[in-house]
Write a protein that binds this ligand. Structure first.
Ligand code: G3P
Ligand code: CA
Length: 286
């Protein structure tokens, strides 16, 4: 899957949600494009559909699935007693009613926390999911982009994650249904050895704004994706990533305008809190 080759950009009109209206508001002429063309922009629901439901909960993942994201993105960490759990911060403070570091709490302690009320009372009682629960609920239904969050804090997490995938035969083929990624690039090298048939990605923060072609070539030795903060994405970066043989899914789009900009730059996928923003392609150069 590579970026759209046409200069005559088009606007996607999916059958659900308010896309055509959004495109019109964007002030651009649009036409419906084919399903095949639509599928060229990969739509990743960041921490689930986290603009609509509390991040990294089953509710957010279900919402992402219902909104027809291509992937749900999940952040995996490990409890004090070795359970893999899905939560973004290295403490539970922001997204639950508890306090403390994920790695200092037992699974039982984390499981008692309310991970939904901070977002909305409608989600009161949501729990911090386990990694295996997410795999079992969503495999075969939607792709899963698995981020190893701060793996340096959790020795052995790469093996535990690999074991869970292998147990479920989710390591077998490079079919795009599971992608591994991390800001910790050494962790990705290790994971690639454990899961050689799964695609891996390197996450890149603002410090990688001037990443060189040589560095990209080094990443490409074990990675299939270079996924940077959207703030450093330029046409040149997209081109360099493609030249290196990788794809690029920037994070994290939170407005329609940001998604449109990424479409224009020719990225392969968009990691977004608002799945509905990635249904549509802006019209340019008419
Ligand atoms: O998928 C990439 C993105 O999730 C990385 O940033 O902080 O949201 O985990 P963060
Ligand atoms: Ca993440």
């Amino acid at each position: 899957m590579k970026r759209m080759s046409t200069i005559l950009a088009v606007s996607i009109a999916m059958t659900t949600f308010t896309g055509p209206a959004l495109a019109a508001e964007h002030g651009e002429v649009s036409k419906v494009i084919s399903k095949q063309e639509q599928q060229k922009m990969i739509n990743v629901a960041h921490r689930g559909a986290s603009g609509h439901a509390p991040e990294n909960t089953m509710g957010a993942f279900q919402k992402g699935f219902e909104m027809k994201a291509d992937y749900i993105e999940i952040d995996v960490q490990m409890t004090k007693d070795g359970e893999l759990v899905v939560i973004h911060d290295t403490t539970v403070d922001r997204t639950t009613d508890g306090t403390g570091k994920v790695g200092n709490l037992t699974f039982e302690e984390i499981r008692q926390l309310d991970a939904g009320s901070w977002f909305s009372e409608a989600y009161a009682g949501e729990q911090v999911p386990t990694f295996e629960e997410v795999l079992d609920a969503f495999r075969g239904k939607v792709g899963i982009l698995i981020e190893l969050k701060a793996p340096e804090l959790y020795p052995g997490i790469e093996e535990k994650i690999a074991d869970a995938l292998i147990e479920r035969n989710m390591n077998k083929s490079n079919n795009g249904k599971v992608i591994m990624q991390s800001f910790n690039h050494e962790s990705m090298k290790k994971s690639k050895e454990l899961l050689p048939n799964l695609p891996h990605g390197v996450l890149a923060g603002a410090g990688w704004a001037n990443v060189t072609e040589e560095q990209l070539a080094q990443f490409a030795a074990y990675a299939d994706y270079f996924n940077p903060t959207m703030n450093i994405v330029t046409e040149e970066l997209v081109s360099d990533v493609h030249e290196a043989g990788m794809e690029i899914y920037p994070y994290t789009s939170r407005s329609q305008e940001q998604a449109f900009r990424l479409f224009d730059l020719g990225v392969d996928g968009i990691i977004t809190d608002y799945t509905e923003h990635v249904y549509y392609h802006p019209v340019k150069n008419q």
